[in-house]
Design a protein around this ligand. Structure first.
Ligand code: B12
Ligand code: SF4
Length: 464
């Protein structure tokens, strides 16, 4: 039987070695009775891929990619073609969705999968076997007579419970889980809706809890790190609460992280208490700016009042909270960044993540930068998994200024932390918190993991 090889290319330091996307594709192919092998280049060498290509009959090689892994994904494509030129190379993920035209300029790529890939991946097999034409597969782009062409819109998967659970590697200490897909938001910088759509679709609570129980059965690690990878986990607050309560009722020993944070307009006391009881010892909120004018310009759909309330609530319940902040969005000036720094002092988050805004293809922000900014020449070669990464320049807020302001923002935050240590009645505890905060900005993944794990362990005893 021929083999389908799925490859997870390497990324930068701020990267999980698990690709939920490939795991979903692998399960969908498994279900069709196909023979699938995942090569995770975070865990093995490219020689394993070459070895498989040399000894097996391969239907196609599928590679997942996002902007930050483009360079390594293209290297993998080149290795495949130089080892077995006739094996089709299929790419999928957010970059394949937004930048298929550009990617198909590269002769090593044959097909780009646009949007969700479970159905499409199985159809491509039939095309590889000559049973159907590529033109008849919705949701792909390929070269037709040398010209990149896009087929019909990809099939939308409405019933998420109908999908096979992602294929899991047993024995890990951390797993990501997807309880819903899509986000109705219009945040101008975000490429998620391009990929997963604006219509929010949710799995049933029972399906999510059963998958969690299954994950528990394949690893002995306790507490188990569970990362909710949803774009908008709390979009349906009632449902989010039910999932959390289900985790508590089943006594699942979890360190729960809501990877993309919680929207401040979708938070209430009951949700935060349920999250805490379910093992969430750290929360992130998308703040982005402390200036209402900027929040409106980026279509974030939240108010400064909602942000204040979210942080007050988190403090009251005792869940440490991070503020995700951006510098350099539409209409940003030095003054608006200064207002955000002041606002950050006011809400007094436990952690901050100050990011210089990146214009990802497929977003309204990308179009704005095309008109008002100048993209930097090195942007394609940089693995920008770093919040200091600058992708473009503007006259109003030049690169140097943005970097300076980011440093200023961080200094202001750390100074506030240091003074609270000096003033506080729990100096050791506060000092530990500061360590955890500095660590958020460290690029050393191992150090990061050690401090985050130690910190979330200590938080269990913090009843403050
Ligand atoms: C969870 C997540 C993370 C996690 C990853 C956890 C994990 N275990 O994978 C972490 C925290 C590590 C992370 C980090 C980053 N992330 Co992130 N992340 C996400 C998020 C929210 C969900 C990804 C996910 O698991 N989706 C669920 C799976 C099922 O979907 P999927 O991977 O897209 O796969 C489906 C399809 O794309 C397709 N497909 C994908 N690959 C393939 C391959 C083949 C062969 C086929 C046929 C189909 C196919 O089929 C799959 C099933 O339907 C997305 C938002 C989103 N909705 O995509 C952002 C997102 C991908 N991340 C983003 C960013 C910016 C980053 C960072 C750069 C942030 C930073 N500054 O550090 C880093 C980069 C890390 C890196 N790889 O280098 C951006 C990417 C923008 C872009 N155009 O590249 C996104 C789109 C968010 C956004 N708001 O714009 N991220
Ligand atoms: S940033 Fe969050 S809320 Fe905004 S569109 Fe993206 S996923 Fe939705």
């Amino acid at each position: 039987m021929t083999l389908i090889i799925l490859v997870n290319p390497k990324g930068g330091p701020w990267i999980s070695d698990e690709s939920l996307g490939l795991d979903y594709i692998a399960s969908a192919l498994d279900r069709q009775g196909e023979n699938v092998s995942i090569i995770n280049l975070h865990q093995c060498d490219v020689s394993e891929l070459i070895c498989l290509l040399e000894i097996e009959q391969v239907t196609y090689v599928g590679i997942t990619m996002m902007h930050s892994t483009t360079t390594s994904a293209l290297q993998v494509a080149s290795i495949v073609k130089s080892t077995r030129p006739t094996v089709p190379v299929v790419v999928g993920g957010v970059t394949a969705t937004t930048s298929w035209q550009e990617l198909l300029q590269n002769a090593n790529i044959d097909i780009a999968v646009v949007g969700e890939g479970e159905i499409t991946a199985t159809k491509i097999i039939s095309a590889c076997r000559g049973e159907i034409s590529l033109k008849d597969i919705p949701g792909i782009a390929f070269r037709c007579n040398g010209v990149p062409m896009l087929t019909d819109a990809p099939p939308r998967i409405d019933d998420l419970d109908s999908l096979a659970w992602p294929k899991r590697v047993p024995g890990r200490n951390s797993y990501s889980i997807l309880t819903s897909r899509g986000c109705p938001g219009y945040c101008i910088y975000c490429s998620s809706p391009t990929l997963m759509g604006r219509n929010y679709r949710a799995r049933s609570v029972t399906s999510v809890l059963s998958e969690l129980e299954y994950i528990f059965s394949i690893t002995a690690h306790r507490p188990l790190e569970i990362i909710v990878a949803d774009d908008n986990f709390s979009h349906d607050v009632e449902r989010a609460i039910l999932i959390c309560k289900g985790i508590t009722d089943r006594h699942l020993d979890i360190n729960l992280t809501v990877g993309n944070g919680i929207r401040v307009d979708k938070v209430n006391r009951e949700l935060l208490v349920a999250l805490k009881n379910a093992g969430c010892h750290f929360l992130a909120f998308g703040v982005e700016s402390g200036c209402q004018q900027i929040l409106d310009k980026i279509a974030k759909g939240i108010t400064l009042e909602q942000i204040r309330n979210a942080f007050l609530l988190a403090k009251d319940i005792g869940v440490p909270a991070l503020a995700n902040l951006m510098i350099g969005n539409i209409a940003e000036t030095e003054e608006t960044v200064e207002s955000t720094i002041m606002f950050c002092k006011e809400i007094d988050p436990d952690y901050v993540s100050w990011n210089i805004a990146v214009d990802y293809p497929g977003t309204a922000f990308y179009q704005w930068v095309s008109k008002h900014g100048k993209r930097l020449p090195n942007r394609k070669n940089v693995v920008h998994t770093d919040s200091r990464y600058v992708a473009f320049d503007t006259e109003v807020l030049p690169v140097k200024k943005r970097k300076q302001l980011r440093r200023k923002a961080l200094h202001s935050f750390y100074w506030q932390r240091v003074s609270s240590i000096l003033r506080g009645n729990r100096p050791i505890w506060n000092a530990l918190r500061l360590l955890g905060t500095i660590n958020i900005h460290s690029s050393n993944r191992i150090l990061k993991q050690i401090v985050v794990s130690g910190f979330s362990f200590l938080e269990r005893f913090n009843t403050n």
